[in-house]
Design a protein around this ligand. Structure first.
Ligand SMILES: Nc1ncnc2c1ncn2[C@@H]1O[C@H](COP(=O)(O)OP(=O)(O)OP(=O)(O)O)[C@@H](O)[C@H]1O
Length: 881
């Protein structure tokens, strides 16, 4: 029993000032295991106190007893599909969830997996977030009380865990102490009494016998919170229009009527109501009854890590996290806590059985497992089947999964990700049962209502759609449904061997520019393995065990080459090999790198992937150092995202390659600090792509070399540098003959930017005249203190150009150390200008006037400066080599 202590804090109850009884925190609390809890304790301000009737010690004791009861019931959880009350302490595994304070109307309009591959991951959008303990806090902008909260969330996202956490924190007096009594009524349990007639008071006593001692009067005085968990599971018919009004808590009624009257506020109008539901069932509650809609979005990146941190020892943790990070798809799926649990369970099992064994690498295995576990959870939830192992899919499961597969497949071709009733019907899905299906398969199939008041359906993740589409395609292949396969491969498709079938699908996928079928073909290859077929037995018929066919498929992939495909698409060939558990490439690459044998294209793709995924950031990637073809070099480009220095000189980069480089500059974190694209034709869209990368706030590039890149209009480059000015230190645009004075004029906009920190500027052979110096002078003068090295060699600057430069040299903040003016058609006059300027400049160390046809007499004074111990000039070059 918890101790009670008097406090003098006056609190109001019905307008009167009363003394309150504040519970003393139990001393055992400091020994609780959860890190999270300890944090809560430390950061917490004293909780608001319950408004109990004055000095009602009797009621307080009942409440205390109720708290103890709830704590006992909910502090332990069995994960995945277990019941509460046994298993692990919730606080030792509970990880904070990301909840937004509004419901999203959008369905996924972009392929999450692909989105991740092209952009840096934004875990959170700009929606306001909310903590579960603040659900009933008044909305400041609306200033109205919150009575009914509807909490949406897809299956496995953590709604029930959240409710349990709320209850445990309340029962331990950590949060929400302004609420006197919390009553959890899950729809799953209400279903059991749906045909009974009770008064609300009796219903409470059925579920909470400890509350029997509370009288009607006292109950109406208490601040109550009713939590209705899992509306999607409800078998009650909740009628909000033609229902009987019940306002007396002793009045007998049907259970459905009690629930609707509570929600509507006819019964206990001041009681708070919290309803959780999968999106499929949310529309059972009229929006007019709801004061706040929230949505549980699962884990953010940091929360994901925290989840695994709580489960694994420090030693194992880094292995687990890096394993998950290596696969972008695992990363996406791990936003859903139940997928984290599946991943953790599989990994834990492996680590406990054999530390040395490999963690599951293939996505196909992970997704197969996910499908099985979710199917089992649904069965447990809706059909109360406890005893089947996850591997046992019934005929009914198989039928529905294949229909969903058909829907997935049909719509994958058109990239359609939202479906209407007609689409479902076309695939044989019974729409009258849609809500059951969507409930049953919300894990993979989510139903939402949008503006049109028409149900819209979509898969929870597009990756799930692709997986089911692959399962269905495989099913059609093994069952010789040629007509269906023709839809993917075109009319000319004929029954053929598995290896030829797969290489045709692969070809098809390579043709797609944006990777529409990438994941689909990966799954398809993964499903050829006996191990996958074993996992999905019941859903997939097994193909003949024929190692030769598997080997043929592997060989086909290795030999696949097409020109004009993006290196990202090529990496997908390698991913398909990984899905087939083929690791021969890794060994071959290692051998080849040692022996300097020429790397084939597929080796380069594999190598690019290895480098890309390596935990070590590569210091330098120099494409010229690889013994391979141009195509092979192109396939290495994706590795740019994981290196500091990328040397991509003269290798015929196309705009697609520039796009890949740009995405490396945009990635978060972006490692690239030095980029050399010299000798590639970058004019036009290539430069635009690159500029988009440079303008990203994540770009950290310090050195950019674009010599001989056929550049003329550099507007996009300048505006990119200008929007992100403070990183670039060295810029080399030499040998771009078409740059001309107009190019320099544009560049000056960047040089003038007060945040520009450029130290080196090289503009050799850019067809410049003295007009460029006119442009440069004010720009350099306005921001004089950063530039250290300026190279304007082989431009027609003449003496008048040098005259302008000398004005800059004389600027007091000028810190220029090297000035190179080879072949600028200078005469003795320039030497005079320079001598005068350098008399007042104490920074220049090196002056290079080679190839200007100068005589010893012309440079005499400048040479004296070199000899003078009082001047910084150390090197003067003027003799032609
Ligand atoms: N906050 C969390 N911290 C740690 N694990 C969590 C958390 N939330 C959920 N999980 C894991 O995910 C599993 C599913 O969570 P939960 O049952 O709460 O989901 P749900 O949204 O209620 O799903 P459903 O709609 O299917 O009932 C849990 O059994 C647990 O393994």
């Amino acid at each position: 029993m918890l101790g009670l202590e008097r406090t003098s804090t006056p609190l109001t109850l019905d307008g009167g000032l009363v003394d309150q009884l504040v519970p003393v925190q139990p001393s055992s609390r400091s020994t609780l295991p959860s890190l999270h809890r300890r944090k809560t304790l430390m950061t917490q301000s004293p909780p608001p106190v319950a408004h109990l009737p004055p000095a009602d010690v009797g009621l307080q004791e009942i409440v205390n007893e109720h708290k103890i009861h709830l704590k006992r019931q909910y502090e332990r959880v069995t994960e995945g599909f277990g019941e509460s009350g046994s298993g692990t302490l919730l606080n030792t595994i509970y990880t904070e969830l990301y909840i937004i304070d509004e419901q999203s109307e959008e369905v996924h309009t972009q392929h999450e997996v692909r989105q991740l591959e092209t952009t840096s991951q934004t875990d959170t959008d700009h929606a306001p977030t909310i903590k579960c303990h603040k659900l009933f806090e008044v909305l400041t902008h609306l200033k109205r009380p919150i009575r009914v909260v509807l909490m949406n969330g897809i299956a496995g996202i953590g709604k029930t865990f959240l409710v349990q956490k709320f209850i445990v924190d309340w029962s331990e007096r950590l949060e929400n102490q302004d609420i006197n009594i919390v009553i959890l009524l899950s729809f799953r349990e209400l279903n059991l009494v749906k045909d009974e007639r009770y008064s609300l008071l009796e219903l409470l006593h059925v579920f909470y016998p400890t509350l029997q001692k509370v009288t009607t009067e006292k109950l109406t005085l208490c601040k109550l919170l009713f939590i209705f968990d899992g509306l999607d599971e409800s078998r009650l018919s909740l009628e909000f229009t033609n229902r009987k009004i019940v306002s007396d808590i002793t009045q007998k009624s049907s259970v459905s009527e009690l629930v609707t009257n509570l929600i509507e506020g006819n019964l206990l109008p001041s009681a708070l109501i919290w309803i959780t539901t999968r999106p499929a069932a949310a529309n059972q509650i009229p929006p007019t009854c709801v004061d706040r809609v929230t949505e549980v979005r699962g884990f953010t990146g940091a929360q994901k890590e925290e989840y695994f941190r709580m489960r694994f020892s420090e030693k194992e943790l880094s292995r687990v996290i890096s394993h998950i990070k290596k696969s972008k798809n695992f990363n996406v799926m791990c936003k859903i806590p139940v997928f984290c649990w599946i991943t953790a369970t599989i990994i834990e099992y492996i680590l406990n059985t054999d530390q040395r064994s490999e963690l599951p690498k293939t996505l196909t295995d992970m997704y197969s497992y996910f499908l099985l576990v979710q199917t089992k959870r649904n069965k447990h939830k809706y059909q109360k089947e406890h005893e089947t192992s996850p591997q046992e899919l019934t005929d009914a499961d198989r039928e529905v999964l294949l229909k969903l597969g058909k829907l997935a497949f049909e719509n994958l071709k058109t990239r359609n990700i939202i479906f209407y009733q007609e689409d479902l019907e076309e695939c044989g899905l019974d729409v009258t049962e849609a809500s059951l299906y969507s409930g049953f398969f919300t894990e993979i199939f989510k139903r939402e209502c949008v503006i049109f008041q028409k149900p819209v359906y979509s898969f929870v993740h597009l990756s799930i759609q692709e997986f089911l589409a692959a399962v269905y395609t495989f099913h059609c292949y093994t069952n010789r449904k040629t007509e269906v396969l023709k839809e993917v491969l075109g009319e000319e498709y004929n029954e053929t061997s598995l290896d030829i079938f797969l290489s045709k699908v692969m070809e098809k996928s390579l043709q797609s520019k944006n990777g529409t079928l990438d994941l689909f073909v990966r799954f398809l290859h993964g499903l050829t393995l006996e191990s996958s077929q074993r996992l999905l037995v019941g859903l997939l018929s097994q193909t003949e065990k024929n190692p030769e066919v598997i080997q043929k498929i592997i060989n086909n992939l290795k030999e696949m080459r097409r020109s004009q495909i993006s290196p990202d698409r090529s990496i997908n060939i390698f991913h398909c090999l990984t899905e087939m558990n083929d690791s021969s490439l890794f060994q071959e690459i290692q051998e080849f790198l040692k022996s300097e044998t020429k790397l084939s294209e597929i080796h380069c793709s594999a190598l690019a992937y290895m480098l890309q995924m390596s935990e070590e950031v590569l210091d330098e990637l120099d494409l010229q150092k690889f013994n391979t073809s141009d195509q092979g070099r192109h396939r290495l480009i994706p590795a740019v995202s994981n290196c500091r220095k990328a040397l991509l000189k003269a290798c015929h980069l196309s705009e697609t390659h520039c796009e890949v480089v740009a995405s490396a500059l945009k990635s978060d974190p972006s490692h690239l600090v030095e980029l050399d694209m010299t000798g590639n034709k970058l004019h036009g869209s290539g430069l635009n792509f690159l500029s988009a990368g440079l303008s990203s706030p994540d770009c950290r590039l310090e050195t950019l070399r674009l010599e001989s890149c056929w550049l003329s209009d550099i507007s996009s480059l300048v505006s990119a540098l200008n929007s992100n000015p403070s990183h670039l230190k060295h810029l080399n645009l030499s040998h771009n003959n078409n740059l001309e004075n107009s190019g320099v004029k544009k560049l000056c906009v960047f040089l003038e930017n007060p945040h520009c920190l450029l130290e080196t500027l090289r503009l050799q052979r850019c067809s410049l005249s003295e007009i460029s110096c006119d442009h440069l002078l004010p720009a350099l003068q306005s921001n004089p203190s950063h530039l250290r090295h300026l190279d304007l060699s082989w431009n027609n600057l003449q003496d008048s150009g040098v005259k302008q430069l000398c004005v800059y040299l004389k600027t007091s903040d000028c810190r220029l150390e090297t000035l190179r003016l080879w072949g600028c058609k200078l005469s003795e006059t320039s030497c005079d200008y320079l001598f005068k300027a350098l008399q007042s400049n104490s920074h220049l160390r090196e002056l290079d006037l080679t190839k200007n046809n100068l005589q010893e007499s012309h440079v005499k004074q400048l040479s004296e400066l070199v000899d003078s111990p009082h001047h910084t000039l150390e090197v003067l070059k003027w003799k032609d080599p």
